[in-house]
Design a protein around this ligand. Structure first.
Ligand SMILES: O=C(O)[C@@H](CO)OP(=O)(O)O
Ligand SMILES: [Mg+2]
Length: 398
């Protein structure tokens, strides 16, 4: 049986060296799952609340663990997540922390899968999942909140849309990351890496576009399939309430829309995330109207994996894609609801990591379980390759 007998919580390190919450769930007949919460830096204003790890652990031990141990079944994901919501009692998990909630929710799912003797993606998505795979969006150059003195745009992504397999796609992104390093060296531009492992050179966005476009061209020639470029503008971080403030210029909302539409055209962008402020549904809708037939306009800080916000967006035609981060909303059930609502309305779900990550691989399984067309989980670095390599293993039935 999958009755949960024990929930353990502890503080572990994330990839930035900050403490985060790890949860372990054990069931009556020995099923076991372990999962850890990630953490954002450019967090959306409307995300569920992440508490300091110690505080989140103490609160979850006091309020949530007694409602789960001996009470709910790990295989009953809605039951686990309802217990977490009931224990918390707030709409945004501010009592036990979305970090505790998501760690327990994901650990329970893994314990349920363990009891079934099935991979997590099958437990979550059913017996017929595992034959199609998301295209990985790989961050190769970045700045914003993820690196000091680098680009204004937070993420320049490689999108290997023509890759014949997930393994080919993963290696293509790593090759673009390496080609960017070569191009930076050729131009004598020193670069450290940002929080997600992307190169973080002190160059203007314009130069970053040129370098990434060239790196993609080189790798396309080598691999022989289509690789396009994508962006996470993370525009809420640039917006001061009136204008989008870049290092060398400022843009009004209309100018920002023109600028992004121009970038879609000039660089044949396959993907544009958070091109406008997180409160600007109308601006999003105006941009989607202009470029939505040729690129994905994705809401991250706009939707925060929240069905209420997504519904508002659907009503006004704000986007055609949603970024999906389980810790933005706190449970896997809520995450699935967001994905299903998106799908039902023609929005492409893009399952995503956070800038602060662990070696946890749940999002790789989540993407396969929901047949998500894209996953954004970096290009290199151990906490990123943990997910990418898990996709390779799932594809290989390993
Ligand atoms: O903005 C984003 O999409 C994410 C992940 O790339 O960053 P963060 O986790 O810092 O919010
Ligand atoms: Mg984002």
């Amino acid at each position: 049986m999958t009755l949960v007998t024990e929930v353990r919580l502890r503080r572990v390190l994330d990839s930035r060296g900050n403490p985060t919450v790890e949860a372990e769930v054990t069931t009556e007949s020995g099923g076991f799952g372990r999962a850890a919460a990630p953490s954002g830096a450019s967090t959306g204003e409307y995300e569920a609340i992440e508490l300091p790890a110690e505080e989140a652990i103490a609160a979850a031990r006091e309020r949530a663990v007694p409602r789960i141990e001996g009470q709910v079944y790990a295989g009953d994901q809605r039951g686990v997540d309802a217990a977490l919501r009931g224990a918390d009692g707030t709409p945004d998990f501010s009592a036990i922390g979305a970090n505790s909630a998501v760690a327990v929710s994901m650990a329970a799912a893994k314990a349920g899968a363990d009891m079934l003797g099935a991979p997590l993606y099958q437990h979550l998505g059913g017996a017929f999942r595992g034959d199609s795979f998301p295209t990985p969006l790989g961050n190769v150059v970045g700045g914003g909140e993820h690196a000091a003195d680098a680009t204004d745009i937070q993420e320049f992504l490689a999108a290997p849309v023509g890759a014949p397999s997930v393994a080919d796609a993963v290696f293509a992104n790593a090759a673009v990351h390496a080609a960017v390093a070569d191009l930076l060296a050729e131009r004598d531009i020193p670069a450290a890496k940002g929080d997600e492992g992307a190169w973080a050179p002190a160059v203007a966005d314009e130069e970053a576009f040129a370098i990434v476009a060239k790196a993609i061209d080189r790798v396309e020639d080598e691999v022989g399939f289509d690789i396009r470029m994508g962006l996470d503008v993370a525009a809420a971080e640039l917006y001061d309430g009136e204008r989008y403030v870049y290092a060398d210029t400022e843009r009004t909302t209309d100018e920002q829309i023109d600028y992004i539409a121009g970038l879609v055209e000039d660089y044949d962008l396959a993907y544009v995330e958070d091109p406008l402020d997180e409160d600007d549904y109308e601006g999003f809708a105006a941009l989607t109207d202009r470029v939505g037939s040729r690129t994905l306009v994705c809401g991250d800080d706009l939707f925060v994996t929240n069905t209420t916000r997504l519904r508002e967006g659907i009503e006004v035609g704000a986007a055609n894609s949603i970024l999906v981060k389980p810790n933005q909303i706190g449970t896997l059930s809520d995450t699935f609801d967001a994905i299903e609502l998106a799908r039902a309305n023609g929005y492409d779900p893009v399952v995503s990591h956070r800038s602060g990550e662990t070696e946890d691989t749940t999002i790789a399984h989540l993407a396969v379980a929901t047949d998500a067309p894209f996953i954004k989980t970096g290009a290199v670095g151990g906490e990123r390759t943990a997910k990418l390599n898990e996709l390779i293993r799932i594809e290989a039935n390993a």
